[in-house]
Design a protein around this ligand. Structure first.
Ligand code: COA
Length: 155
C-alpha cells in the first residue's frame, strides 16, 4: 500500500472534509439511497455541522501526499462518518481507517464498537468482523446497526 499519513481534524479542515464527504455520498451511496435521502445525508455534513463534530469527537483524516483520501470518527464507543474518496476506494484505505480507530478504542479500554452502517457499507463492515444487530429506518433512510467486540487481541 502507498505511504499515507493520519492527522486529527481541526476546525480549519471542515470545508475540505465536507467536500470529500458530500462527493462520496453523491457518488457511492446513490446506488442504495434515493435522492431525498442523499440530500438529507449531505445536509448533515455541511462545514458548520462538521466543525461541531470536530470539537466533540475524534475525527481523523488520511492523506496520500496532498490528497485527502478518507476520514473516520469515533465518539466514545461509536464509530461514525467513515468515507473514502471514490477515486481511492478498494485500495485498503477504509479497512485501515477502521483498524486505526479500533486500535485507539482498545488503548482507551473500549471493549466494543457500535456503528450505523449504510446499506452500501454493510458487507464491508461484515468483512471486518462487525455483526448485524438491527435494521433501522431513519429520516435519512435505512441503516444497519452493527457491533464488534474488541476484547480479543487483533493479532
Ligand atoms: C465503505 C467504504 C468506506 C469502504 O472503503 P474502501 O477503502 O473502498 O474499502 P477497502 O478497500 O479498505 O476494503 C476492505 C475490504 O472490504 C471489501 N469491501 C470494500 N467495500 C465493500 C463493499 N461495498 N462490499 C463488500 N466488500 C467491500 C474490500 O474488497 C476489501 O476486502 P479484502 O480485504 O478482502 O480485499 C467506501 O466504499 C465508502 O466510502 N463508501 C461510501 C460511504 C459509506 O457508505 N460509508 C459508510 C458510512 S456508515
Amino acid at each position: 500500500m502507498k505511504p499515507f499519513e493520519f492527522f486529527r481534524a481541526t476546525d480549519t479542515d471542515a470545508v475540505m472534509l465536507s467536500r470529500l464527504i458530500k462527493r462520496t455520498i453523491r457518488t457511492s451511496n446513490s446506488k442504495d439511497y434515493d435522492q431525498q435521502s442523499i440530500d438529507l445525508l449531505c445536509a448533515i455534513f455541511e462545514p458548520e455541522r462538521i466543525v461541531e463534530r470536530i470539537r466533540n469527537e475524534l475525527i481523523f483524516l488520511c492523506f496520500l501526499g496532498a490528497d485527502l483520501v478518507g476520514t473516520v470518527g469515533l465518539k466514545r464507543d461509536y464509530l461514525r462518518s467513515l468515507f473514502v474518496d471514490p477515486n481511492y476506494q478498494k485500495q485498503g484505505f477504509g479497512k485501515m481507517l477502521v483498524e486505526n480507530m479500533e486500535g485507539i478504542a482498545r488503548k482507551n479500554a473500549i471493549s466494543e464498537i457500535m456503528l450505523h452502517s449504510s446499506l452500501t457499507a454493510q458487507n464491508f463492515y461484515a468483512a471486518l468482523g462487525y455483526e448485524y444487530l438491527e435494521f433501522q429506518l431513519h429520516d435519512e433512510g435505512p441503516f444497519i446497526l452493527m457491533r464488534k467486540g474488541l476484547s480479543e487481541s487483533p493479532c
